[in-house]
Ligand binder design. Structure first.
Ligand code: ATP
Length: 199
């Protein structure tokens, strides 16, 4: 699986629709300080479901929308689409090419799309979990991340290894199952109470 293309529209410094094509192999993005290089990797993390405005170097999520410049008005929405080559079948969808889109508006609307069909954030997170491309994986290693892993707590380091080993998905599902089980137990005890009151 590899990133073929990214389309950025109204996201951070990308005021108008910008398309970047990536070929297999190494691509280097070069440019002066402040020209928007890191905004490209921010865009990738954002589409994959990043929820923390701070980790996208903003104060609130609206800060990802182009804020205007001397020559251009601010934009009302930001939209980013990643197009991935999935010939290897890494992502569990029967398509050779997968597109993921996220769109957010100033009025607070937030939408996700998989191959142009509306979906939930959860669908995007589930799909990419354990592929190495999920929100917290290592496809993107930001400044300071290596140091964070080396000097992090044992549990944090364990999470890194679990993501790499592909077991995070099962840990996540186990947690969900445990939550459902405890909800069901609470319901059962409520039913017991009612039966007791009736009987
Ligand atoms: P460096 O080489 O210094 O790390 P860079 O090329 O990685 O720089 P970025 O950090 O990607 O640059 O981009 C910073 C630029 O993006 C700044 O000029 C900032 O004003 C602009 N920017 C960030 N958010 C927005 C926004 N919402 N609207 C308009 N411009 C924005």
């Amino acid at each position: 699986m590899y990133l073929k293309r990214i389309e950025i529209n109204g996201f951070k410094s990308f005021a108008s629709r910008t398309e970047l094509e990536f070929l297999p192999g190494v691509t280097a993005v070069v440019g002066p300080n402040g020209s928007g290089k890191s905004n490209i990797s921010d865009a990738v993390r954002w589409v994959l479901g990043e929820q923390s405005a701070k980790s996208l170097r903003g104060a609130k999520m609206e800060d990802v929308i182009f804020a205007g410049s001397l020559s251009e008005h601010r934009k009302q929405f930001a939209e980013v689409t990643l197009v991935l080559d999935n010939e290897s079948g890494t992502v569990a969808l029967p398509y050779q090419e997968i597109s993921v889109t996220r769109r957010v508006s100033r009025n607070g609307d937030s939408d996700y799309f998989l191959n142009k069909k509306p979906c939930r954030l959860k669908d995007v997170l589930d799909l990419f979990m354990d592929t190495g491309l999920s929100r917290d994986a290592f496809a993107i290693i930001g400044q300071g991340r290596v140091e964070q892993v080396i000097s992090g707590k044992p549990e944090e380091r364990r999470a890194v290894i679990e993501e790499a080993a592909g077991v995070l998905k099962y840990r996540h599902r186990k947690k969900q199952a445990e939550r459902k089980l405890s909800d069901t137990e609470a319901n059962l005890s409520r039913v017991d109470d009612i039966l007791y009151e009736l009987g």
